[in-house]
Design a protein around this ligand. Structure first.
Ligand code: NDP
Ligand code: GDR
Length: 370
């Protein structure tokens, strides 16, 4: 039985990767942060009572900013594979908390690599580093591949740049099996609620059910290469099973604007949307609602622009070239964007129907937009 350690196990990718590795027969250890409330929603279905023997899913308290904690855990677990997914992963928020982001996302990666080295596990432990298409930032080349120059455009991306290069450096300096997966955006029904795709699918469900009037968004012109998290965690594992440690781009090769994502998401519930106006005056207006259950009238304004969601520096266009992964490892994504949007909207409709029931019997439902 192989042993894996996942940092960021409570996040979107941590949850899917845990399921994937447990299916493969791994013993999975994960690091969760102490929080004033339970923060394990995404992995609660995998939880095993600590009082029973022979668990194959074990959680430990820890933090990427705490070196001694990381060293102690890695010594205890002696992992064959470490998947370093923990990060302050929100690009816009990284402008608000740049130092914390640098510490967690940049230095945190160094702490993991150095713990493995200090413990003499260089030959045993393979390391996957969650690198990001945000490294490409300002467009230098389209599509972006392993050889495209980096030009990071946020404190998050700069921190991830450090993490990328320290991973390469430890590989070269100490012969470690340490690899970067340069992953383009990937989403799912458990995507964090403040990333644009989930913000949109939640709002579509809430608007359709009458729980919310409209959604406020920022830059509708940004284009992203959106894939499904399930396809991407499979590739994380494949990267660590390769013969040689290398860096890999993972992407679908197709790009879509935020505006088109909105249109497609509303279309899933039978609402046709037209965009009128320009710049910060642009609005999304309902032209027709095919679903008689949703009391949306033609002409209703369901989307406005709010400049608070603009970023000080934006990444306008991302589209990846994953030929290397396809040719050398045989990785191909199984999900199309339409399948992904359908799955996300259906899941949010189910969630919001529960909220609607609560509201109907007098409970206050959360009205929180970010
Ligand atoms: P999430 O934001 O969903 O999850 C991040 C995880 O990191 C959570 O478990 C979070 O814990 C944990 N975390 C944050 N700060 C710390 C800390 N200081 N110490 C310990 N744990 C911490 O991200 P995703 O699952 O979407 O992404 C996984 C990784 O992949 C991240 O590194 C992200 O930057 C990177 N990435 C993601 C892409 C995507 O499109 N999803 C694309 C490219 C790269 P908690 O639950 O307590 O907040
Ligand atoms: P991104 O994801 O920054 O690409 O980082 P996000 O979904 O936050 O933004 C995508 C694009 O949508 C635009 N946008 C908005 N974004 C948010 N969050 N909220 C809005 O209201 C809004 N309106 C427009 C943004 O400006 C941006 O252009 C994600 C994260 O998962 C990173 O951790 C990861 O490294 C990269 O993907 C690849």
């Amino acid at each position: 039985m192989k042993t894996a350690l996942i940092t960021g196990i409570t996040g979107q990718d941590g949850a899917y990767l845990s399921e994937f590795l447990l299916d493969k027969g791994y013993l999975v250890h994960g690091i969760k942060r102490r929080s004033s409330q339970f923060n394990t929603d995404r992995i609660d279905h995998l939880y095993q009572d600590p009082h029973v023997n022979n668990r194959n899913f074990i959680l430990h308290y820890g933090d990427m900013t705490d070196s001694t904690n990381l060293i102690r855990l890695i010594q205890l677990i002696q992992p064959d594979e470490i998947y370093n997914l923990a990060a302050m992963s929100h690009v816009h928020v990284s402008f608000e908390i740049p130092e914390y982001t640098g510490n967690t996302d940049g230095l945190g990666t160094l702490r993991i690599l150095d713990a493995v080295r200090l413990l003499g596990l260089e030959k045993k432990t393979r390391i996957y580093q969650a690198s990001s298409s945000e490294l490409y930032g300002k467009v230098q080349e389209v599509p972006q591949s392993e050889t495209t120059p980096f030009y990071p455009r946020s404190p998050y991306a700069v921190a991830k740049l450090y993490a990328y290069w320290i991973t390469v450096n430890y590989r070269e300096a100490y012969n470690m099996f340490a690899c970067n997966g340069i992953l383009f955006n990937h989403e799912s029904p458990v995507r964090g609620e403040t990333f644009v795709t989930r913000k949109i699918t939640r709002a579509v469900a809430r608007i359709a059910l009458g729980l919310q009037e409209k959604i406020f968004l920022g830059n509708l012109d940004a284009q992203r290469d959106w894939g499904h998290a399930k396809d991407y965690v499979r590739m994380m594992w494949m990267i660590l099973q390769a013969d040689e440690p290398e860096d890999w781009v993972i992407a679908t090769g197709k790009t879509t604007s935020v505006r088109d994502f909105v249109r497609l998401a509303f279309a899933e519930v039978g609402i046709e949307l037209k965009f009128v106006g320009k710049g910060i005056n642009e609005k999304g207006v309902v032209t027709y609602c095919h679903n008689p259950d949703f009391k949306i009238t033609t002409g209703t304004e369901v989307l406005s622009i709010d400049p608070r969601y603009f970023r000080p520096t934006e990444v306008e266009l991302l589209v990846g070239d994953a030929s290397k992964a396809k040719n050398k490892l045989g990785w191909v994504p199984e999900f199309e964007l339409n399948d992904l949007i359908k799955e996300m909207v259906e899941s949010d409709l189910n969630l919001m129907r529960k909220e609607q029931c609560l509201k109907d019997v007098g409970f206050t439902v959360m009205n929180y937009y970010e």
